[in-house]
Structure formats: structure tokens, C-alpha cells
Write a protein of this length. Structure first.
Ligand SMILES: *[C@@H]1O[C@H](CO)[C@@H](O)[C@H](O)[C@H]1NC(C)=O
Ligand SMILES: *[C@@H]1O[C@H](CO)[C@@H](O)[C@H](O)[C@H]1NC(C)=O
Ligand SMILES: *[C@@H]1O[C@H](CO)[C@@H](O)[C@H](O)[C@H]1NC(C)=O
Ligand SMILES: *[C@@H]1O[C@H](CO)[C@@H](O)[C@H](O)[C@H]1NC(C)=O
Length: 424
């Protein structure tokens, strides 16, 4: 089967699909009323849409004729209203996609995205016999971990079908403070490019309504944190499911505790310390805990750079703007001190991953910042973002994650997030 490509991003292929892509693919099929996987019909509908498009050229949008561009048309011509209001069956999704693990090592892992998922997927791939030229699971990039041969090395276990295994394996999951989890999802998916063409466009359409400009409607590239939070807690029942996404659905909803019955719940906040205990308990090979890089910040930055440049297309944002976004994201994550300005001139209008890498590496030595300072900077960046969110919305958010706060012992009303409003 051929790939379906939208805006230069491969959305689906049999060999290298991810749950995200599969979900999107299924949803596209639904929108254009294909209930069975009929590729002929898909091409037919693509053709009809292309004809409609030809009759309807506006805003100087180019007429496209390649297969890639047909898919693009499908994406663009789907009325945004439909795109953003489709209900997904969450239960089916959870059962189908979100519990992985390793039969050999007798453990199952329920994934709460944005809570160490990439780390666990690396481990799971490694244990399931991925290319052993890798010395450690951490030699695999984030991009590779999610997209290359994923179906081969990342098994998914379902209730009923794999009940025995799920009943008898050691069941593990990782959770994270909902406020930091959501902020991190925003940085990864909306500040940096990843969800711009999907959720980003929906958010612009739903929240800006008539005020939305054409570029933002087409690109979804500049959703603000305030808009994102409003979207997540949006009370519209009909669209609620679609507003949800595994990157921010409450952990208690992704991994219903009464069904998954975890033996071990790790917290992302203590993961570096605690994960080794699990490795030991599971008798994992010793090589598992070796990161190839001693410098974790460097490792994380380079991995993110690689990912961002792989998922970016420059339709919607210039390399210079992307560079600034990356810089900002790295400041929010405390990789770069806040006071260091984006060194635009050093790229001489030629921003490539290689150039960015070398600038970051050469300048970093002068930055070495104490870890307490880093922690503080990271927290402060997040607090500033939450300060843009109206109090009413913050309370809705608190309500949205209420089960997570309770189940995992996180503070539901951190004073620094709610502070500016206290007493006002
Ligand atoms: C995927 O698996 C196949 C078969 O084992 C292998 O030949 C190929 O190199 C893998 N692809 C990637 C990108 O690792
Ligand atoms: C798998 O782990 C579970 C829970 O720790 C244990 O009860 C079970 O005996 C193990 N099964 C095997 C085959 O090792
Ligand atoms: C988003 O981008 C468009 C076009 O670049 C711009 O006109 C608009 O002001 C931006 N909106 C926000 C909220 O940044
Ligand atoms: C941009 O930088 C890359 C190295 O990252 C180099 O190969 C390329 O020639 C440069 N292009 C221009 C136009 O300077």
C-alpha cells in the first residue's frame, strides 16, 4: 500500500505507522465517508474533491496533481467544522493501542503520553529484539523510536485478546503532574511543529472564529497556550472526544486503574532514580541503563532537534522563525538560560540542523547552570504561561484532571499557578 501524505508528512503506511498516524488515517477515512478500507474509493473521492477544488480555486491556492498533493487537497477541503468535531471512540483506542510491553520479560506497560513514553518505547523496542547493533535503547532517536518499523518492535496488547498476559504480567505505568504534562505537550506539539496541521488548525478555527487569518487557518502554527488550554477543557460535549488526545487525556482515563490494575506506578518526576529499580525487578539486561551520552542535556537537545527538523516543512514557517521557536522551547525546558538571546546572526540565514547543533554545542560551555537554577527557570517559564490562562479556565482544567490529582497525589491547586488570582 502507498503512503498517504498530507502536507509533506507521511501519515500512514503499513510498515511504519504509529498509533497517532493510524488514528488520523482512520479519522480521515471517516470524514470522507469511507467505512471500509477501499483505496479505490479513496482515489475516487480524491478525484472528485480535486475537481471540486478546480472549480473553486481561491486565494491563489495552487492546483496540484501529484498523489501527495491530492492528499493535501483532501486535508484542506475537509470543512474545518467537520475536522474538529469528529467524535472518536476513546475506549476502542485505548484498548487497541496503548498497552505495550514484552512477553519475554513478562511486563506490560500502559502508556501515558508525555510521561516518559519515548523512554519506555525505546526500552520496549530494545527488549523486543530490535537491531542489536544498538548498544543501548537510548542510541535510538525519538523519531526513529516512534516511526521506524514501529509495528514490528512495539506490540500492543488488548483486553480480552491478551487477557492472560495482561492478568499475569508485571503491570507498569508512568504518570506526571497534569500541569507540567500539559505544558510539555504544548511545547512539543504547538510551539514546535508536530500538530500544527491537525489540532492546531482546529484550535484556530474553533477559538478564533471569524478573527482567524488565512495563514493561521491553513497552518495552525501559532496557537497560544491560553487557546490550547481552552480547547482542552472545552465543554462542548459533542466534540469532547476529539478535543482529547493521548498526549493530554488524563492518565486515569488512558489507563483505567480498575482495569489495568498496575503493580507499579512510576512518577516522571522521580523517574531517573526509580527506573533502575524496575529494571532490576524485571531482570532486564544490564546494557539497558547505559545512555550513550554522559551529557543528558546535550542528548535531549540533539534528539529534539533531529525530531523537529524531520517533522517540519517550511510551508508555514521560515527557517528563521523555526529557529527562534526551537530556541524558546529549549529555554522553557531549561536547556538554555533565559537571558541568552537567539543568535540569529550566527546562522547567516542558513538555519539547518547541523548549524544549530554546532552553535548550541560551541556555546553551551559558557552556560553551565546549576541544576537548582535550571529547575527554577523551568518552573517559572511554565508559571508565566499559566498566568495567561483565565482563572475560570484554570478551574476547569483542575476539574478535567481531578481523578489524576487524586489517584497519583499531585497538588490540584498549586499556589504558584493559582497565586496571581488568589484574593482577587
Ligand atoms: C525495518 O525492518 C526491516 C526488516 O528487518 C529492515 O530491513 C529495515 O532496515 C528496517 N527499517 C528501518 C528504518 O530501520
Ligand atoms: C509474570 O509476572 C507475574 C507478576 O509479577 C507473576 O505472578 C508471574 O508468575 C510471572 N510469569 C512468568 C511466566 O514469569
Ligand atoms: C498568527 O500568525 C498570523 C500570520 O502569520 C498573524 O497574522 C497572527 O497575528 C498570529 N496570531 C497569533 C496569536 O500569534
Ligand atoms: C548551509 O549550511 C550547510 C551546513 O549545515 C551547508 O552545507 C550549506 O552549504 C549552507 N548553505 C548556504 C547557502 O550557505
Amino acid at each position: 500500500m502507498n503512503n498517504l501524505v498530507i502536507d509533506g508528512k507521511i501519515l500512514f503506511s503499513r510498515e511504519e505507522s504509529s498509533a497517532e498516524e493510524t488514528e488520523l488515517f482512520r479519522y480521515i477515512m471517516k470524514v470522507i465517508y469511507i467505512r471500509k478500507q477501499s483505496y479505490i474509493l479513496l482515489i475516487g473521492v480524491g478525484f472528485v474533491l480535486a475537481v471540486l477544488f478546480l472549480l473553486n480555486i481561491r486565494n491563489g491556492e495552487r492546483v496540484a496533481n501529484s498523489r501527495k498533493n491530492n492528499a493535501e487537497i483532501i486535508n484542506r477541503r475537509v470543512p474545518l467544522h467537520n475536522l474538529c468535531n469528529t467524535a472518536l471512540d476513546l475506549r476502542e483506542k485505548v484498548d487497541r493501542y496503548e498497552i505495550s510491553g514484552s512477553g519475554k520479560y513478562n511486563f506490560s506497560y500502559c502508556m501515558v503520553y508525555k510521561a516518559a513514553t519515548t523512554t519506555w518505547l525505546r526500552i520496549i523496542r530494545f527488549l523486543n529484539g530490535e537491531d542489536l547493533s544498538l548498544k543501548s535503547p537510548f542510541d535510538s532517536s525519538k523519531y526513529r523510536t516512534h516511526y521506524y518499523n514501529a509495528s514490528k518492535f512495539i506490540p500492543y496488547f488488548k483486553y480480552n485478546q491478551n487477557q492472560d498476559f495482561l492478568d499475569n504480567s508485571l503491570r507498569v505505568m508512568t504518570v506526571r503532574d497534569p500541569y507540567t504534562r500539559l505544558w510539555s505537550a504544548y511545547i512539543d506539539k504547538f510551539l514546535l511543529p508536530d500538530f500544527w496541521h491537525t489540532r492546531g488548525r482546529c484550535i484556530v478555527n474553533l477559538l478564533r472564529k471569524r478573527k482567524a487569518d488565512q495563514t493561521s487557518l491553513r497552518c495552525g502554527h501559532n496557537v497560544t497556550f491560553k487557546e490550547f488550554v481552552e480547547y482542552v477543557v472545552s465543554p462542548n460535549e459533542e466534540s469532547k472526544r476529539w478535543h482529547q488526545d493521548k498526549h493530554w487525556i488524563p492518565a486515569t482515563e488512558m489507563c483505567r486503574l480498575d482495569q489495568f490494575k498496575p503493580h507499579i506506578i512510576l512518577k516522571q518526576e522521580n523517574l531517573r532514580k526509580d527506573i533502575f529499580k524496575i529494571f532490576k525487578k524485571l531482570n532486564l539486561p544490564a546494557s539497558i541503563d547505559k545512555t550513550s551520552s554522559e551529557d543528558l542535556t546535550d542528548y535531549e537537545m540533539m534528539d529534539q532537534l533531529d525530531y523537529v527538523f524531520k517533522v517540519s516543512n517550511f510551508d508555514c514557517v521560515s527557517p528563521a522563525t523555526l529557529g527562534e521557536r526551537i530556541w524558546k522551547a529549549f529555554q522553557y525546558n531549561s536547556y538554555i538560560p533565559l537571558e541568552i538571546m537567539y543568535p540569529k546572526d550566527e546562522f547567516h540565514n542558513n538555519l539547518t540542523m547541523e548549524n544549530m547543533r554546532s552553535v548550541l554545542r560551541s556555546r553551551r560551555e559558557s552556560w553551565l547552570v546549576k541544576s537548582e537554577v535550571k529547575k527554577l527557570q523551568k518552573r517559572e517559564a511554565m508559571i508565566s504561561a499559566y498566568k495567561t490562562v483565565p482563572l475560570k479556565t484554570l478551574y476547569e482544567l483542575r476539574n478535567y484532571y481531578k481523578d489524576d490529582f487524586k489517584a497519583f497525589g499531585y497538588e490540584s491547586k498549586p499556589s504558584d499557578i493559582f497565586e496571581p488570582f488568589i484574593g482577587s
